[in-house]
Write a protein that binds this ligand. Structure first.
Ligand code: ATP
Ligand code: MG
Length: 761
């Protein structure tokens, strides 16, 4: 027992060994919250207070769940595979699989990730002849998700005006269509589980009886429904409620835009009658200058629960700040600094590049690619979201659940097999008329269209028959062949990558089967405490089987694999592998740590983001995001911004982020002149001398010829809006040429020479 606890400070120790009551650990970044939570699980098991099967632990990502399991197995000689450690979505999926009938779902229900959900909604609007200009699909998606996140079905949403009444109607249609197709979106996983457990008393009591200890990491980012879900699981208000151990940091609440409610922390204290509130104030992650920067920055927020962080690690290196003239130059500077770190012995995976929006990664990726540095992008286009993988998955989904219309539409004519838009329309009409899925409607379509569609159905049925006794990876392989996907990409010009990805899908299946233990000898999800099947009966005499016992039989390897693909696609993490630099948004960096961190694009409008900076609440959330970003770094922190940036096809001229004014001067080292604008600057700084092959050729392109005009530095020009100005620099060439122009009272602008309406004067 000594072993488990000897690495803890007194406050951490107190937290780990609290009695079996609800507790809140409120502490800043890097203070060991996750470590405390994991150690508490181990301690509860080791001291015999609970069996591994009695623990329910909620993490924020699938990756965090895996890591927790790995750490636990290192602490205790147990097999953690079957333990209930996962994200809210993952845990709900597991419950719904086991109790699909009670939840009113088909056994093979499938999960829509957010990309699927959006196309589903577009399809729904079209089928119902709704004007998608008036009712944009994204708005509807947001409407539905936020209603579900609050635990509200369409009938429970208050609609104040015509627009909202229409949205409510569409929400209802959407749910009905999901039900017909046997698909659920992410928010539905939670809501369905919540409804299942609140309505079904024997089932609820069974799980309440079972999960005596519930532990939640990153509690500040739970939304209303998740909080209600926890209350239900814990039996809050029961005579003997379960112990909920919540750890969180109000300063790191960054998901308000998705309905997270930091108020849940205070509600939790009250409603769970928390006797034990523990604060951890020692930071074990970051050096002094980094921690000071984080502390001083976050002190600008007014709504805080209040806590401090200190470190024994010494000041360490100052935070380095870089001002670049363009996003390209920023990227090149990052790469030079990263190369230095690697030369000094840093592992690539210990270097992270963070940005506020995914769109920023392209320039950095390009520079990394050119410099031949391996890197991995977390978030963005993930493996399971690639088009070719989605196609292959759609075939598998149809074999598992033919009523999934999204999957049907994705591949019915891919690769092309002569089923045109007209045939699909006919089929959709038939499906609507008979209230059935597209697959089921095929026999109702006559003529040539009908026989082409029937061939497709035969293909799916054939694939199902051929693969019925095959292990999952072979099944995937057969489907790649039978669907003609491989052949299709062989004939495509850029198909080689896609074929490689499809091969990877077979590997993913191999890995999945071995990790989840799907083989005949060892049924899946049997955890360390091998439990006897628990049989209960409810009022209607239906047999309810405990999820653990039920899973191996109810969830086929294919269904499990398909859930995994959807959940992984929704997660912000990528697969592990070779030593590579880590690129991700600040949001996905939550909970992680790296020796060196670059925070890029620190510009007004970008970070803080223009959508949030307008009002105080939004700005405070942006500041918390910045706090999260800074506190990911152990030893080195780099901040950068750029005067100009190409984003979403537009060039932006940027002021540096206000967050720079909120950092302590003594912890910061400016690598470039602090005064803007600096492209006039005669003074060269170190990075100017770094050769930047083929990229930003500032001051080299003294003249450019656009379609009609030739331009040169020093030229006086007139612009319709900004008036008279003078060209001070030109970069890029041809249609990409852009110029910095000083417009006097309008200041400096960067304009596209091929687009801007400029006259020479
Ligand atoms: P975040 O808020 O970012 O999620 P956290 O509070 O969860 O941070 P952890 O990730 O648990 O913090 O811990 C931060 C780092 O400090 C980890 O590397 C952890 O191993 C280390 N650490 C935590 N407690 C101690 C301790 N008592 N002694 C040594 N190292 C510790
Ligand atoms: Mg943590």
């Amino acid at each position: 027992m000594q072993n488990l606890l000897h690495n803890l400070n007194p406050e951490q120790l107190a937290a780990v060994t609290l009695p079996a009551q609800s507790a809140l650990i409120l502490a800043g970044a890097g203070s060991g919250k996750t470590r405390v939570l994991t150690t508490r699980i181990a301690w509860l098991i080791q001291t015999g207070q609970i069996s591994p099967g009695g623990i329910l632990a909620v993490t924020f990502t699938n990756k965090a769940a895996k890591e927790m399991q790995t750490r636990l197995s290192a602490m205790l000689p147990i097999n953690t595979r079957g333990m209930w450690i996962g994200t809210f979505h993952g845990l709900c999926n597991r419950l719904l699989r086991a109790h699909h009938r009670d939840a009113g779902l088909p056994q093979t229900f499938q999960i829509l990730d957010s990309g699927d959900q959006l196309s589903f909604i577009k399809r729904l609007l079209k089928a119902n002849h709704i004007d998608d200009e008036k009712f944009p699909p994204k708005t509807l998606m947001y409407f539905i998700n936020s209603a579900k996140d609050q635990g509200l079905r369409a009938a429970q949403v208050d609609a104040s005006d015509d627009f909202n009444r229409k949205m409510v109607g569409l929400y209802d249609l959407y749910d009905a269509q999901c039900q017909r197709e046997g698909v659920v979106d992410f928010a539905e996983l939670l809501l369905r589980t919540y409804e299942l457990l609140s309505r079904n008393q024997p089932l609820r009591e069974h799980y309440q009886e079972r999960f005596r200890h519930i532990l939640v990491d990153e509690f500040q980012d739970t939304n209303d429904l998740q909080y209600k879900w926890l209350k239900l699981m814990a039996g809050a208000g029961n005579r003997r409620p379960n112990a909920v151990f919540a750890v969180g940091d109000d300063d790191q609440s960054i998901y308000a835009f998705r309905g997270a409610n930091v108020g849940n922390m205070t509600a939790f204290e009250r409603e769970f009658e928390v006797q034990n509130l523990i604060k951890l104030e020692q930071n074990y992650r970051s050096h002094g200058h980094i921690l000071d920067s984080a502390n001083i920055l976050i002190a600008n927020n007014s709504k805080r629960l209040g806590k401090n962080l200190r470190t024994d690690a010494g000041h360490g290196e100052p935070v380095r700040v870089m001002e670049a003239s363009s996003d390209i130059q920023e990227a090149n500077w990052i790469i030079d600094e990263a190369k230095n770190l690697i030369r000094e012995g840093s592992a690539r995976s210990e270097i992270a590049i963070l940005y506020r929006s995914n769109a920023q990664s392209r320039v950095i990726e390009h520079a990394l690619f050119t410099a031949n540095i391996p890197y991995r992008v977390y978030g963005g286009q993930r493996f399971f979201e690639r088009a070719e993988i989605k196609h292959a998955i759609a075939y598998l989904q149809l074999m598992d659940n033919p009523h999934n219309d999204s999957a049907f539409l994705r591949v019915v004519n891919f690769p092309t097999r002569g089923i045109g838009a007209r045939s699909i329309e006919q089929l959709q009409d038939a499906a609507r008329l008979h209230h059935i899925s597209l697959y089921a409607a095929v026999p109702h379509v006559a003529g040539k269209a009908g026989s082409a569609l029937a061939n497709f159905v035969r293909l799916i049925e054939g694939a199902r028959f051929e693969t019925q006794n095959l292990p999952l990876p072979e099944m995937v392989r057969v489907v790649l062949d039978m669907s003609q996907l491989l052949v299709h990409y062989q004939t495509e010009k850029e198909g080689a990558d896609r074929i490689e990805n499809l091969e990877q899908l077979v590997n993913a299946a191999v890995l999945f089967v071995s990790e989840e233990g799907f083989n005949k000898e060892a049924p899946a999800f049997t955890g360390p405490a091998v439990r006897q099947p628990v049989l209960l009966t409810n009022g209607a005499n239906d047999v309810i089987i405990d999820a653990d016992a039920a899973l191996p039989t109810v969830m086929s390897p294919l269904s499990a694999f398909l859930s995994h693909a959807s959940l992984e696609a929704g997660d912000n993490q990528a697969q592990a592998g070779q030593d590579a630099m880590q690129l991700m948004t600040v949001h996905s960096a939550k909970g992680l740590e790296f020796d060196a961190v670059f925070i890029t694009g620190l510009e007004e409008g970008l970070f803080p983001h223009e959508n949030s900076a307008q009002e105080e609440a939004g700005l405070e959330e942006e500041r918390r995001l910045m706090y999260v970003a800074i506190t990911r770094a152990r030893k080195r922190l780099y901040l950068s911004f750029s005067q100009t940036r190409m984003l979403h096809g537009q060039t932006r001229y940027n002021m540096r982020s206000r967050f720079f004014d909120e950092l302590p001067d003594e912890s910061i080292k400016w690598l470039s002149p602090k005064v803007q604008p600096s492209w006039f600057g005669q003074k060269k700084s170190a990075w100017d001398e770094v050769p930047m092959a083929g990229v930003n050729q500032i001051a080299q392109n003294f003249s450019q010829t656009s379609a009609q005009q030739s331009w040169r530095v020093g030229q006086n020009v007139e612009h319709a809006k900004f008036g008279e100005g003078v060209i001070v620099n030109i970069e890029g060439s041809g249609t990409n040429a852009r110029a910095h122009i000083n417009f006097g009272k309008f200041g400096m602008k960067l304009l596209d020479l091929s687009i801007a309406k400029l006259e020479k004067i």
